[in-house]
Design a protein around this ligand. Sequence first.
Ligand SMILES: [Zn+2]
Length: 176
Amino acid sequence: MNHQPFETWLLADKILNAAEKRELDSHLRICRSCSALAETGLALRSAKASSPTAGFALRFQHRLAVQKVAERRRRLWGLIVLIVSGVSLLGWFAAPVVYAFISAPVEWLTAVVGYFLFVFTSMQAFSEILRVLARMAPNFIPPYAWMVMLSTLAGMGLIWVVSIWRFAHKPQGVTV
Ligand SMILES: [Zn+2]
């Protein structure tokens, strides 16, 4: 069977006039392969017609990408805001010290050195006071108090010595 020119028309998706269309229809009625080809062409055309779905998918992907970029940008801005607020908060607390240092570095250093000197000298003074008190104590404490203290110390010493003696002799298994 001669399929031309119908096969060419179908493959090229040719726009047919009324006479051509009539010829093709009569051929398709008797030719199985050309009618199959015509059906395939129709299916392809309908697939092409349904291409908006592909376009929609593409638009959807695009929107998703845009959303992703926006999300990333939002996260970046969040990070920036967090850093800026943290730095400014730190600056708020550090500002007086920094301002003092910038406005008068020499005075600031003097104040710091003076503080350390103050700590050092007060510690020295405290130890001096303790030494003086230790030297003056015997004159203030009455004699009977010294006797009580000495006897207490002696008693404690005796207990200590006895404990040591008992501890030292226990391993030998001495029974009383
Ligand atoms: Zn045919």
